[in-house]
Ligand binder design. Structure first.
Ligand SMILES: Nc1ncnc2c1ncn2[C@@H]1O[C@H](COP(=O)(O)OP(=O)(O)OP(=O)(O)O)[C@@H](O)[C@H]1O
Ligand SMILES: [Mg+2]
Length: 300
């Protein structure tokens, strides 16, 4: 199976190289865990590789998603929309179950032959749109099967109640049906400073089985660290651009030229944005390493 890069810094290495193409991934997390940010990163990474992006939003309007992306420093989302490579489907307030049953097949036909990444954020209301568990399972199963035909699918799931309790039917059903399951553990009230990620399942791949701390920063979005390191009281504002140049040169001049123009522009823009951010839980070197790894520029 072909692996595609997730766009989330540090994640591919935990998933045996990335996400398998034409599979479905479920990202579970409580409110504020970073699900929408994760989903946007995943789509932008595909756009860099000239894949298409379909963002099916059920909770927020496309305008809100675009605004949040801009606040992250990802203004390019608007350009992608203008050129038509990124489309939003505003499914909020709609009878989504009816859309799935009546219009989805046609939608998939329209996109046939495209190589796309599809996000459904969040999937939870889809499950709530029908009553019985067997109906929920049928509906989600059909949705995932159809959308997978046109690309690689990522759905987010809301985690309600106790953080870490994944036993409710609205979580269990999609977990069973998906190929990959990623859990973002975040207790906003008890431990707002602590965010951890685990790969719960990753079909046909040798994946990490541990919890990994992750953070969110403007410019980078989510990044996943390999392990806890001692960054107590570390707050630095580094010159990341200089650091990036140094690392790029060390990785060999030919390597960077393999990147798409969009990818290179994004790496430079990301480092520029990060240079203005305080670093408190990851070292600048570590983050630069993760960014270059995403683009295959670290492999010695
Ligand atoms: N510009 C930023 N800089 C740093 N962190 C940010 C920035 N913007 C958002 N965040 C972090 O990202 C989190 C929100 O992420 P996101 O909206 O992706 O979460 P979510 O899981 O989709 O939440 P919800 O369930 O409410 O939709 C915020 O709680 C905040 O900590
Ligand atoms: Mg969200």
């Amino acid at each position: 199976m072909k692996k595609i890069r997730s766009g989330v810094y540090g994640l591919n290495a935990l998933m045996d190289g990335g996400v398998n193409e034409h599979t479905t991934t479920v990202v579970i997390g409580s409110s504020g865990a970073g699900k929408t940010t994760f989903a946007t990163q995943f789509l932008r990474r595909g756009l860099e590789e000239n894949e298409d992006a379909i963002f099916i939003t059920l909770d927020e309007t496309p305008e809100q998603i675009i605004k949040e992306a801009s606040l992250m420093g990802w203004e390019d989302v608007e350009n992608y929309m203008e050129e038509g490579t990124m489309v939003f489907v505003d499914a909020g307030g709609k009878q989504f179950s009816q859309f799935i049953q009546k219009e989805l097949a046609e939608f998939v036909d329209d996109w046939a032959g495209h190589k796309a990444r599809i996000v459904i954020d969040p999937l939870t209301p889809v499950l709530w749109s029908v009553k019985e568990k067997y109906e929920q399972r049928e509906l989600v199963s059909f949705l995932l099967r159809e959308t997978r035909k046109i690309g690689t699918v990522l759905c987010t799931l809301e985690e309600h109640g106790t953080v870490g309790d994944l036993s409710g039917p609205e979580i269990v059903i999609p977990m069973y049906l998906a190929d990959n399951v990623i859990h973002l553990r975040y207790a906003s009230h008890e431990h707002p400073e602590r965010r951890e990620l685990k790969i719960v399942k990753c079909r046909s791949s040798k994946h990490s089985r541990f919890w990994h701390p992750y953070g969110i920063m403007k410019g980078a979005g989510l990044y996943i660290r390999r392990k806890e390191n001692d960054t107590t009281k570390m707050v630095v504002e580094p010159d990341l651009t200089a650091l990036l140049k140094e690392k790029l040169e060390a990785s060999g001049k030919g390597n960077a030229s393999r990147l798409s123009g969009k990818a290179l522009t994004n790496i430079l823009r990301t480092t520029e944005l990060l240079s203005r951010e305080p670093f408190s839980d990851i070292t600048p070197e570590e983050l630069i390493h993760l960014i270059l790894e995403e683009y295959g520029l670290n492999e010695d």
